[in-house]
Design a protein around this ligand. Structure first.
Ligand SMILES: *Cc1c(COP(=O)(O)O)cnc(C)c1O
Ligand code: SF4
Length: 467
């Protein structure tokens, strides 16, 4: 193995107002730069020096996948929306005018897909628990208020309303005490998943204030803590050379010493994100703490819509000791038209890529849609008695009884999301439709009720002394 020197550049972000100061942008035409300024008034834009210098291949712009992943493009907006906003920018309209126009466009881009706001927010003592979502019985999502941004933004991100200030609610919480109180009452929960934004945008000292309370007594049923992050791809220095990187590694070790698993749910969209010295050093350091890195990303046209990209990525993840986990279908929000891949194509790409890797990489599941009823996996397409169908199943269900039940939809080569599918065999509706209506009517966020499924209490040894 080679030894490589990694420069310890300080983190530097570029946002909309800094577009002209990105040196690499100067090679674009004035028209393209104007388009970029216009689109980034509507969709969130933020990159950093590492992404610009080490991930994007500027000689391949605009087709470069990492450029498409992070830089706004005019086709991301509907043509009439683009003209409206670019005219304002060209005419040097005031920021107030530009943002008013931008807001109008944003509100038409389905900012809250999959019933995120209404259905998943739990309560404690009759009060809504802000910053927490509890959709699946086993896992609680937590949105720490100080983790609501990222080291760079993905152009397709479904969290974009948070970044453009559209969410009054912002799913934010300063109240880790509330989370702990809720978890103590909910012994069915075995996993807390920190998400955002990116929780690793927080300084270690801040993150510690959120994580340490989860390690204390009364939460033995909580067996894993997960951090959903893109930092391993967009700013791997977070784990290696940032001033508090060592302290972060100690925090990860403490979680393991407290008898819980720590998993980084790392968002990797393209193998190139794993092919820098910093990215590989980050993985080594994280793994040395006993934490596991599990990898997931959506399938995105122009970024990773080929079987070769996914199989290369899964193989490299396994080689680097990480675990392929989910391939998602792009959600029905924001610039979906620009990025979407039909379900029929998605399942082909998945299957082709899956066939190219060894069993060690076949921990990956997908393509999976995080839809209102649950995470629905597209198993594939087949023909049953002359009817071409999609075979689907729930990886996660709002009602755990739905999980693992295969069901069938009429094949539709154009469909890109669950709500565009019709049941196969002339049936009126899918098997979960009736219960889903009840859940919506009652606004219930926990259709599984109050019962805790029986679970064997394991025998754990914290520290073993050897003679
Ligand atoms: C994906 C997801 C989870 C975690 O699901 P796993 O299958 O356990 O990774 C939890 N809550 C919500 C709302 C999710 O979308
Ligand atoms: S890193 Fe995740 S949360 Fe942040 S912009 Fe990308 S997809 Fe969205």
């Amino acid at each position: 193995m080679r030894t490589t020197r990694i420069s310890t550049n300080k983190f530097r972000a570029y946002q909309r107002k800094d577009i002209d100061s990105i040196p690499q942008i100067q090679s674009l035409s004035a028209d393209d730069r104007l388009a970029m300024k216009a689109v980034s008034a509507v969709l969130p834009f933020r990159v950093n020096k590492y992404v610009v210098e080490q991930l994007i291949r500027w000689d391949r712009v605009p087709d470069d996948p990492l450029y498409q992943l992070t830089f706004p493009q005019r086709e991301m907006l509907a043509p009439e929306d683009f003209s409206a906003i670019v005219e304002l920018v060209r005419a040097e309209a005031s920021e107030t005018e530009i943002s008013a126009q931008a807001r109008e466009i944003q509100l038409r881009m389905n900012p809250h897909p999959a019933g995120q706001l209404e259905l998943n927010v739990p309560s404690l003592d009759g009060e809504v628990l802000a910053g927490v979502q509890h959709k699946y019985r086993e896992t609680v999502l937590f949105f720490p208020s100080q983790g609501q941004t990222c080291h760079a933004y993905c152009t397709y991100c479904f969290r974009w309303p948070q970044f453009v200030g559209l969410d009054e609610l912002k799913f934010a919480s300063r109240e880790v005490e509330n989370l702990v109180a809720y978890l103590k009452l909910h012994r069915e929960v075995s996993s807390v998943l920190f998400t955002g934004g990116d929780p690793l945008i927080m300084k270690t000292a801040v993150l510690r204030r959120y994580i340490e309370p989860l390690l204390g007594p009364g939460l033995e049923h909580l067996t894993s803590i997960r951090l959903g992050t893109k930092a391993t791809a967009y700013w791997p220095q977070r784990f290696v050379t940032d001033v508090d990187a060592d302290d972060l590694m100690r925090l990860f070790e403490e979680v393991r010493q407290a008898g819980k698993a720590l998993a980084l749910m790392s968002h990797y969209s393209h193998p190139r994100e794993l092919e820098t010295p910093a990215a590989q050093a980050a993985l080594q350091r994280i793994q040395a703490t006993g934490s596991v890195v599990r990898c997931q990303a959506p399938l995105i046209r122009r970024v990773n819509d080929s079987a070769a990209i996914w199989s290369d990525m899964w193989r490299l993840q396994v080689q680097l000791g990480a675990v392929p986990y989910y391939m998602f279908v792009e959600r029905d929000t924001g610039p979906k038209r620009y990025f979407e891949v039909p379900l029929a194509r998605a399942t082909e790409i998945f299957r082709e890529a899956y066939a190219l890797v060894s069993g060690l990489a076949r921990t990956v599941r997908g393509p999976s849609m995080s839809a209102t009823p649950g995470k629905v996996k597209l198993v594939g397409t087949t023909e049953v008695r002359g009817e071409k169908v999609f075979v689907l199943t729930f990886e996660q269900g709002r009602d755990p009884a739905w999980v693992g039940r295969p069901f069938f939809a009429r094949f539709d080569p154009q469909a890109t999301w669950l709500d565009q599918l019709e049941p196969a065999f002339g049936e009126q509706e899918f098997f979960f439709a009736q219960e889903m209506r009840t859940i919506k009517q009652q606004g219930r966020h926990r259709p599984w009720g109050e019962t805790v499924p029986p679970r064997r209490k394991p025998v754990l040894f914290g520290h073993v002394e050897w003679d």
